[in-house]
Write a protein that binds this ligand. Structure first.
Ligand SMILES: [Zn+2]
Length: 208
């Protein structure tokens, strides 16, 4: 089975995505990362992506879909995929669903649910390592990075206002996609307002 993992910023999606991919031996597709590695590759598509990114423009949806299709075509035999946060808008969803149908690939979507208040609380309280950029949640009480012993700082874009704007994007653009999948019985909801381990266990027991 293939999976889509949805979760608002602050839901712990990144951590759970890594865990799920390892546990189920899935190939992860994450748009930002896919774009960056393509741009370095030097292929025709890679050069196109590089030019768009260097111009500071958003990569258009057709290109994103081409990248996903490319990724699926080169998928090792028998491997399934974890789509991390894709599709993130109704427009992407339309194209994504067509592509998945064309490839004969079915999927289940997992939503790690947290309230907006909880997301804001977590995001305003998290800190980042000034050197290696590792992110530490509010529950981490030390003042130095556990990996490189550098100072931890608050991210300058983690002001309540900036956070609200980012979350708003999720609510406005991505929630309609989730609602649509929900109405088609494709969504498994997980309570994200519990410990990382509890979220992981709930996720595993519900997908089995
Ligand atoms: Zn560090």
């Amino acid at each position: 089975m293939n999976y889509i993992l949805f979760g608002m910023q602050g839901s712990g999606k990144g951590t759970q995505s890594k865990y799920l991919a390892e546990h189920l031996n899935l190939e992860v597709f994450e748009t930002g990362e896919a774009l960056r590695s393509l741009a370095e590759e030097g292929s025709e598509l890679g050069n196109k992506v590089k030019a768009i990114m260097e111009s500071g423009n958003l990569v258009p949806i057709e290109v994103v879909m081409e990248i996903i299709e490319n990724f699926l075509t080169n998928l090792p035999e028998g491997k399934s995929v974890l789509f991390d946060g894709i599709p993130r808008s109704k427009e992407q969803q339309k194209n994504f669903d067509i592509l998945m149908k064309k490839k004969g690939m079915d999927f289940t979507a997992i939503l790690i649910e947290i309230s907006e208040e909880e997301a804001i609380r977590r995001l305003t309280n998290r800190r980042i390592c000034s050197k290696c950029k590792t992110v530490f949640p509010a529950t981490y009480k030390e003042n130095r990075c556990k990996d490189c012993d550098s100072e931890l700082i608050s991210r300058s874009d983690d002001t309540p206002n900036a956070i609200r704007i980012r979350l708003n994007n999720f609510t406005k653009k991505t929630m309609p996609v989730i609602e649509d999948y929900k109405s088609k019985g494709k969504i498994i909801s997980i309570n994200g307002e519990q410990s990382i381990e509890a979220v992981r266990d709930e996720m595993l027991s519900k997908i089995n």
